[in-house]
Ligand binder design. Structure first.
Ligand SMILES: Cc1ncc(COP(=O)(O)O)c(C=O)c1O
Length: 383
């Protein structure tokens, strides 16, 4: 048995979802929308299953999807990607991350992790034989500083993992902060793995800036995207890794032995969907922003201090600032068992020295679900 995986506790998302089912709780924990996703994109997938090609596609992905990814990122992020050498299709962002980490990190090399961090990163780094170096980001601004990055750097540092927009903090880092990270990468000759799965879920007109477009980063960034997040269909495990040809070639070498390829019918549908008009993406954002505002206002009325949410499906409440003297885990256990609402403790996103007063809630839900969930959070607050 491989202790790296066997010794890790069950993911907090599974634990909370199981408790939610056991206590008939409203689940504001796991991050998936309760809408079915765009019908035209689903129709393309159905058509491709029935009448399309269902045998192994090429390992790097269908050419039509790789071309569509390059067009999409030129349109939205000003990137110029040579699709045959700079775009790889993977089975979700999770597989892109695993392939990138296994393809780029050698045993003993160090990976700087900006925490709070998505739960797949640490086991994937350890499986590659890498060593995790945590940089602790803190509420309310979750600021990335040169000092913290420098303190985590050694001569063994190889890679940094950035997630922007940041789940769970709901921060969207702009060019200024990304440039701090970029200058540090250039200074120490580091590669960056930029998990940008939330790139389209950004609010209030704030643009998404890809790390790949930041001065100094074109040759040292692997940018990761996810169709599941772009089209609000989280079960669609189709992802992309984009960047300089030598980096993508290293990632593709790991990918060919992990999943080799990705279902061709979903690839066809994603290739179609990425060319959807700007209006689709604008409306999608506006709908999520409305849900965010609805939840924020309702939580404030219940006496919660809500941290700003600039992107993702999530917002956070600060327990201490809400006048609650309880840690995030204890609060979430109480909320799910006694008040019937599931949430995620943000401390579970830290490998080291966690922030313990912040709770993450998913607002990508129907209005009725948001209203009922917040009412129960009001009860949890009064318990
Ligand atoms: C930061 C981050 N990275 C990766 C993923 C996984 O993406 P996928 O479902 O495409 O594997 C998620 C899903 O929530 C995420 O939040």
């Amino acid at each position: 048995m491989n202790r790296i995986f066997a010794d890790r506790p069950a993911s907090i998302f599974s634990v909370m979802s199981a408790l939610a089912a056991e206590h008939q709780a409203i689940n504001l924990g796991q991050g998936f929308p309760d809408s079915p996703g765009p019908e035209d994109v689903r129709a393309q997938a159905a058509e491709a299953v029935l009448n399309g090609y269902n045998q192994y596609p090429p390992s790097p992905g269908l050419p039509e999807l790789r071309q569509s990814v390059a067009r999409h990122y030129a349109r939205f992020q000003g990137l110029e990607l040579d699709w045959p050498t700079q775009v790889l299709v993977t089975s979700g962002a999770t597989e892109a991350l695993a392939s990138a980490i296994l393809g780029l990190v050698s045993p003993g090399e160090e990976v700087v992790l900006l925490e709070p961090a998505y739960d797949a990163y640490v086991p994937q780094i350890l499986a590659a034989g890498g060593v995790v170096r945590s940089v602790r980001l803190e509420p309310p601004h979750w600021t990335i500083t040169k000092e913290a990055l420098e303190a985590a750097t050694t001569e063994k540092t190889r890679l940094v993992i950035l997630n922007n927009p940041l789940n769970p903090a709901a921060r969207v880092y702009g060019l200024d902060e990304l440039q701090v990270l970029a200058d540090w990468c250039v200074r120490h000759d580091l590669t960056a793995l930029s998990d940008e799965v939330w790139e389209h879920v950004v609010f209030d007109g704030k643009p998404h800036v890809s790390l790949l477009s930041v001065p100094g980063m074109a040759d040292r960034t692997v940018k990761i995207g996810s169709a599941g997040k772009i089209f609000s269909m989280t079960g669609w495990k189709v992802g992309f890794a984009c960047g300089a040809a030598p980096l993508i070639s290293a990632v593709a070498k790991a990918h060919q032995f992990i999943t080799f390829t990705t279902p061709p019918n979903l690839q066809v549908a994603v290739a179609y969907g990425l060319d959807k008009t700007d209006a689709y993406f604008i409306e999608m954002r506006e709908a999520f922003a409305r849900s965010r505002d609805r939840m924020t206002e309702a939580l404030a009325a219940e006496g919660y201090a809500v941290l700003p949410s600039e992107g993702t499906y999530f917002l956070n409440v600060d327990l201490a600032a809400s006048g609650l003297n309880i840690d995030d885990e204890a609060f979430c256990m109480r909320a799910v068992k006694e008040a019937g609402v599931a949430a995620i403790p943000v401390s579970s996103f830290y490998a080291e020295d966690p922030v313990r007063s912040v709770v993450r809630l998913c607002f990508a839900k129907k209005d009725e679900t948001i209203d009922a969930g917040v009412e129960r959070l009001g009860k949890a607050r009064r318990l």
